[in-house]
Structures are given as structure tokens and as C-alpha cells.
Write a protein that binds this ligand. Structure first.
Ligand SMILES: Cc1cc2nc3c(=O)[nH]c(=O)nc-3n(C[C@H](O)[C@H](O)[C@H](O)COP(=O)(O)OP(=O)(O)OC[C@H]3O[C@@H](n4cnc5c(N)ncnc54)[C@H](O)[C@@H]3O)c2cc1C
Length: 392
């Protein structure tokens, strides 16, 4: 237990990959992330180094310049980043967004974009789904894309579009057929790959949101943005289905980040509990300090197992919706318990920024809200796994 990176009970798969990620992360200590928060800045150097090492292109097939690894390998990369105290969310979107392009894009689109994304010449880090007035009710989103000759004209607004200011491309979900003209509300939505470099100042305005964590998240306004018709991915009107395909990957990857966060907290809490002496003995000798850390570890181990199962099903091309959702739910909660245990164990020092506990504690709370909130996962399980009535 002395070295947190040996805190593994179910076996470290991809040991060499983990080691390489840890080596990179060692160059980006807490002080780097603290400074970024002070400056509200994007971790450009960190993301560039991960890109150069090929990690962010791990899911892009070799023929398009990536390394064509399974989803589990990507999950391991993100887990290790967060276990090291770094923040994977600043670069993770590329991994799962490009899946929509890969699975549903034309060969021409794939040849045009994927090698550029793999090399890091183009960043695809922005995913425009959430809107201010419709939230979790995605199919009711109001942003419209209307065909006009060989263009689409986009009007509307997105919110919480993370990294938009630091991304060259955005995957955008917009309605192409009004809801009163479709049989099901899941129909009539389409996915576009928007070139933000051309769009900014010509129909797209990006405004940063001041947030609890340094997530570089924004509001994006579309005002008669004209995008070429070939920005459409796949068939018009089938975008919701395409996005759903990518969401299982997203949930599994985000769950793995939670596992990494949890390991960070348990490692730090354990070290502190062993070293901090009060009343003449290490605080970790008190069961009231020790047990919450031990419980958090046990729950992380359980969540890790389901993350692995979800990834295995995904990599086998099998149905994994239930496991991906449950993995996200359990990992986000186990990570939060670990965060709480670490906060309490550090006492007043948890508030000292140099310990990174408060930063990671703020960061990990997000996993219970985004990319999907706990209630919506439970609604999925209630309806799709247990067969109870749809509750929303
Ligand atoms: C830092 C950050 C980064 C983000 N990055 C992105 C991004 O890059 N791209 C993007 O598209 N989105 C992003 N999001 C948005 C995120 O996915 C949403 O915030 C999340 O899906 C919840 O939607 P909402 O905030 O509109 O909450 P709402 O849908 O308004 O829900 C509010 C609360 O009510 C509950 N609730 C709502 N309906 C029901 C119901 N029927 N039954 C039970 N409970 C219900 C929810 O569970 C939630 O707890 C980000 C959010 C944050 C905070």
C-alpha cells in the first residue's frame, strides 16, 4: 500500500502502456494543474505530449494513422492519467467523439480528418449536444440545421461545450427535421463535423463559462452559420442513433477516469493517514479514519470489475448499454466516496491547494452529473434492464 500505483487487486492489464502514461504524467505535477487553474488555461503542453505519444489516437485504426487499440486500452490510459493526479477530461473527448466519424462517416471524411486528428494537426475535442433549455431531454434540443443548396444553415445555442476554444473541430447534434414532422422524437436529428476555425466570427460565437473546475467549458451561439453540406456525418435524420452508439464508449471511458481518480484519493489518503501523527499515533491507526478509506477502496475494486466487463463487451461488439451505464454510476460514486475519505483524512490540509485534494475533489464531483447524471442512469436501468415503465 505504500506506493499507490501498486494498489491493484484485480490485476494490472496493459502494464507497459500504464508505465508509459505514468512517465508522461510525472512531468505534470500538481503545481502545473494549480497554475492552469490560476490562469484559467488549457493544458496545451500536456495534451500535446499525450498526442505525440499516440495515446489520444489509440482508438483510431492504424490505416488512418492511429494505433487501433481496443477500448479497454483507452480506458487504461485515462485511468492512469487521473490516478497520477492529472486530469484526463481535458483531452478525452477526442477518443470517443471520433468514433462517430469512424463508424458513420464517409470514406472521404475519414481520410480527410482521422490522420490529421491522429497526428495532432487537428484537434477534435468539442462535442455540442447539451442545450440550456432542454438539458437531459436531448431529443428536444432546439438548434436547427436547415439545408440550403450545398450548405446547411445552423441557428441555436449549446451550453457546457467543453474545450470549444481549444478545438479545431466540433461534433454538433442539431435538428434537421422539426419534431412535428417525425414519427419518433429520436428521428430528425443529424450530426455535423463543424470546422470551428472557419466558423468562429462567421456565425459562431464561443463564450467561456466561469465554472467550479478548470474545464475550459463554454456556451456556443450559432447565428446563421453556413456549413458545407458535406459536414453531415452519415444520413440526415439519424444523428441521435449515431450519438448513442458513441455514448457507451464515453461512459466506459469516463467511468475509468473515475476509477483513476479514486485510486489517486485512496493512495493520498493512505499515505497521509500513515504519516500524520496526532495524539501520539498515526491517524490511520484510528478505525474511524481507516475504514472509510478501506471501504472506498473496496467499492472502487467492484466498480473496476464492471468497467472491465463493459469494455470487454464493447470490444467484442456485444450489447453493453447496461454495463456501460452501471459502470459510470458505480465508478462515479466510488470515486466520490474516495474523495470524501481523502478530504476528511487530510483535515484542514485538504483545503491547502498544494495537496491537490480539494482540486481533485471538485473535479470528481462532476462525474455524477456529466456526461449523464445519476438519475438518468437509474432511469435507464429501471426501464431497459428491469422492464419498469419509462419514468421520463
Ligand atoms: C463541467 C461540465 C462539462 C460538460 N461538458 C459537456 C460537453 O462537452 N458537451 C455537452 O454536450 N455537454 C456537456 N456537459 C453537460 C452535461 O452533459 C449535462 O450537464 C448533464 O447531462 C445534465 O444535464 P443538465 O445540466 O441540463 O441537467 P438537467 O437535465 O436540467 O437535470 C437537472 C437534474 O434533474 C435530474 N432530472 C432531470 N430529469 C429527470 C427525470 N426525468 N427523472 C429524474 N431526475 C431527473 C437530473 O438527473 C439532474 O440531477 C457538461 C457539463 C458540465 C457541468
Amino acid at each position: 500500500m505504500a506506493d499507490g500505483h501498486t494498489l491493484v487487486a484485480v490485476g494490472e492489464d496493459y502494464p507497459e502502456l500504464r508505465e508509459s502514461v505514468r512517465k508522461i504524467c510525472a512531468g505534470y505535477p500538481g503545481s502545473y494543474w494549480q497554475q492552469l487553474e490560476d490562469d484559467t488555461a488549457y493544458p496545451t503542453a500536456f495534451v500535446e505530449e499525450l498526442t505525440k505519444a499516440g495515446f489520444l489516437a489509440s482508438l483510431i485504426p492504424e490505416e488512418y494513422g492511429g494505433s487501433g487499440l481496443p477500448l479497454r486500452a483507452a480506458a487504461v490510459i485515462l485511468e492512469e492519467i487521473n490516478a497520477s493526479g492529472c486530469n484526463a477530461s481535458q483531452g478525452h473527448a477526442q477518443m470517443y467523439i471520433m468514433g462517430t466519424l469512424l463508424r458513420h462517416g464517409s470514406e472521404e471524411q475519414k481520410r480527410k480528418y482521422l490522420p490529421e486528428i491522429a497526428s495532432g494537426r487537428l484537434r477534435l475535442q468539442a462535442f455540442g449536444v447539451t442545450e440550456p433549455t432542454t438539458g437531459s431531454d436531448t431529443t428536444q434540443l432546439k438548434t436547427r440545421a436547415v439545408r440550403d443548396g450545398d450548405h446547411y444553415v445552423v441557428n441555436g445555442q449549446k451550453v457546457w461545450t467543453s474545450r470549444a476554444e481549444h478545438s479545431d473541430l466540433m461534433l454538433l447534434l442539431a435538428r434537421t427535421t422539426p419534431t412535428d414532422q417525425v414519427k419518433r422524437r429520436t428521428e430528425g436529428l443529424s450530426v455535423f463535423l463543424v470546422d470551428l476555425r472557419a466558423a468562429r466570427g462567421h456565425g459562431v460565437e464561443i463564450r467561456p463559462i466561469k465554472a467550479m473546475i478548470n474545464h475550459n467549458t463554454t456556451e456556443v451561439f450559432f447565428d446563421n452559420l453556413r456549413i458545407p453540406a458535406d459536414s453531415l456525418i452519415g444520413e440526415e435524420g439519424r444523428g441521435f442513433r449515431y450519438i448513442l452508439d458513441g455514448m457507451n464508449a464515453e461512459r466506459i471511458l469516463v467511468a475509468s477516469e473515475g476509477i483513476g481518480d479514486g485510486r489517486f484519493f485512496v493512495r493520498r489518503a493512505t499515505e497521509y493517514a500513515n504519516n500524520r501523527v496526532v495524539f501520539g499515533r498515526p491517524i490511520g491507526q484510528n478505525q474511524a479514519v481507516q475504514f472509510p478509506i478501506a471501504r472506498a477502496w473496496a467499492e472502487l475494486e467492484a466498480a473496476d470489475m464492471i468497467c472491465r466487463r463493459a469494455a470487454a463487451l464493447f470490444d467484442d461488439g456485444k450489447e453493453c448499454g447496461a454495463d456501460a451505464n452501471i459502470a459510470k454510476l458505480l465508478a462515479s460514486e466510488a470515486a466520490w466516496k474516495a474523495a470524501e475519505a481523502a478530504m476528511q483524512t487530510h483535515g484542514g490540509f485538504s483545503y491547502a491547494r498544494e495537496y491537490d485534494i480539494e482540486r481533485k475533489w471538485r473535479e470528481v464531483r462532476l462525474l455524477q452529473i456529466a456526461p449523464i447524471s445519476t438519475n438518468l442512469v437509474l432511469a435507464y436501468v429501471g426501464q431497459h434492464v428491469l422492464g419498469m415503465p419509462r419514468s421520463y
